[in-house]
Design a protein. Sequence first.
Length: 236
Amino acid sequence: MISLEDALRLLVQKVTGKPVDEIPSDLEGIVAFAAQNYEPSAEGESGGMPPGGLAGQVLTKKTDDDYDTKWTTIDGSISGGSNDLTKNNCRVITNVAQYFLNTGTNGAIKISLPNKLTGDTMMSGEIIGYDHSTRLPWRVDFAAMGAQDSWVYLNGVLYPGCPFTTIRTGYDKSYICIILGTTSTTWSYPSITIPRVQLSYKGVAAAPTEWEIEMITSESGITFSGSNSIKTISYT
């Protein structure tokens, strides 16, 4: 069985990079040698754990080599999961869009995809919100197929609390869009988020990572297309 001293000499050799025959054989000498010869680099090339680092940083590997590490600042888009992940022609985008209006008003919510799709694209996702008049959250789950300048269909499920009862799909001469409600729909300090969208089939790569949400009081210039089937869930 290897002695404690020999095990420590091997460890000190690994950490310092010094030949093992230069390392003393007694415990006190080994400790003193390690203290004198351990000089970690700014990125931990010889010691494994680099010095310094800032709040929020994590230790990551630079290469496959042992102890080759560095402090890394994680981008904010990764903090809640990857913002854009594609695998096997299926793409998932998170933190897609957010909107808040600091008043009450009448109008329709227009959600635009500010980049033209390159082909029929299947998608599913969720839209969540808050309405101050009811003090309740609301939610819409949807599945759709969109194209470059039109829609094939959009099917949605409306949960209790939605300020609107209709969802339509169209094209505003620039981008395809989703319309929640009508211009007469009443909103009270609307807060709206699209936390996640899944895309697949043809136009996956061209789909924008950030969508746009706005309140509109006129539907002029929008050409509606596609079939829209909406189901409403009620709690009993």
